[in-house]
Design a protein around this ligand. Sequence first.
Ligand code: NAP
Length: 243
Amino acid sequence: MNSSEAIALVTGANKGLGKEIARQLAAQGVFVLLGARDRERGQQTEAELKTQGFKVQFIPLEVTDQKSVEQAASEVEKQFGRLDILVNNAGIALDWFAPAQLDVETLKKTYETNVFAVFRVTKAMLPLLKKSKAGRIVNMSSGLGSLTLHADPNGPFKDANWLLAYCSSKSALNAMTIAFATELRTTGIKINSANPGYTATDMNQNRGTKTVEQGAATPVRLALLPDDGPTGGNFSDEGVTPW
Ligand code: NAP
């Protein structure tokens, strides 16, 4: 697909990686719908990106709210009749402590946004993506979602046994990537998990070692995959991330 004809929806696009993914897609000529749950923050981002010359439009979207998601889907249907790119970016990290200190409510809350909401948004947008010539779905995952890396006693997370809610929510998200890719394999739709790397955003009090420009590169590449590109994979800018 010619990127200048493509319509994309990025969830959680008012700041951080979502905003930068939106900016980079728009820089490639994609018309980007900026999903944001807060009207003021969404409109501010729309105004900022429009001032930079990009074609973007704020769309109200609280991903944990079924009604909000349905309204967004019907708005996209009404305005464009299809969706070419969905970036499931909205996410939260709440538990910065060891598993035994985690409570069920925090676990549930994390899964509401990072897992159930991605399922909800993907299901709602799928009929529109099926109307695209080359639908692309990108699930914003994390290296922290890799069970292989966590289970490796010499791996990068051997001393990082915190964030169980966040890490396991991204593992569940990866499972969804595989399941939808299998279901959609005979269609033109490709779905992949993107691992942006440790990126300086509000999520980590800007402690990340990468810039948002660097972190957005992999999700943007996956959003613009050619027809012979992969599906059902898990990628970072270093290549394949193990499941
Ligand atoms: P961030 O700066 O905290 O941004 C998160 C975005 O998600 C915000 O726009 C936030 O909106 C939105 N959001 C959260 N809950 C929402 C909801 N229920 N409905 C709609 N929007 C919601 O975090 P980030 O670092 O850019 O993270 C973006 C994605 O990348 C996440 O999925 C994260 O897990 C993933 N990731 C990040 C890193 C990293 O190092 N930063 C590494 C790996 C993966 P509000 O402004 O309204 O809160």
